[in-house]
Design a protein around this ligand. Sequence first.
Ligand code: TRP
Length: 329
Amino acid sequence: METVVSGIRSTGNLHLGNYFGALKNFIKMQHENNCFFFIADYHSLTTHPTPGNLHGSVKQVLAEYLACGLDPEVATLFLQSDVPEVAELYLLLNMNAYIGELERTTSFKDKIRNQPDNVNAGLLTYPVLMAADIIIHNASKVPVGKDQEQNLEMARKFARRFNNMYKVKYFTEPQPYNFGEALIKIPGLDGTGKMGKSEGNGIYLFDEPKIIQKKVMRAVTDSGPTKKNQKMPDPIQNLFTLMNIVSENETSEFFKEKYNNCEIRYGDLKKQLAEDIINFTTPIRENILEILSNDDYLRKVAKMGAEKARASASKTVKEVREIIGFKPF
Ligand code: TRP
């Protein structure tokens, strides 16, 4: 059984892209691996130093992951800030992390472009904290998207460097967890690319049915096919991709045939798609609401996760201190 670690951003609700991208795989993975999933609330301060409602957003994220099926009895589900041991490992790793390599990181360069008035040291050392998150549990696998590949590469570098500097074979170098075929890209409703928070084209699991309906009805289409069996342009293909995921097979077959015969009415297609998305999200949304109203349960989950994570983290920090040479008198 492999140990897997993944950090979850603490800002924003989950959209269908998150669900069918990472989350569905997390839910499956938790039964096959020793999983540590945490909400990266320390990290969020690198971009939001004075968050309006840190607790509220963390609570929402936790409730959403639970509602979708992450099982706190199976996986270790916790808040990063509940495991202060990670801050100590971060401090120790920072001593062997070099300004030059940190400054060259793509995500650092992107972020300082976005927030030129707040180029803080936490932003620079973001990959060091991320490495600490991972190697503190001696993870061998990390599920990451394209945008996190470089950070994971740096985690390997810091693990390797620690081993070399202190002449030990202590840390495992974490490898990317490859979902392979299972990773489907969910398109947005704006006719291009993928569903994303910053793109503003997402359908959220927590969206009310009326909102979902509005969003789907506004999705970009074209003036319709003019030739039989004509190749679908991206915006139309995107609607079918969504339909393939949330609707019955017969439903998408039905509309595909209409398209191929140039008989399609996009209004009907969208109406059906909205209905099927709503049928999919409604039980999840109700689950989220129920969990959000149960503070006792959330407290219990967070406590249980923190205890499991701290047991693993404090063992590592104790051994790392010994390796470096800290000793009690
Ligand atoms: N940087 C990741 C992101 O933005 C979140 C994260 C923090 C993470 N620590 C991690 C992911 C450790 C995997 C492992 O999505």
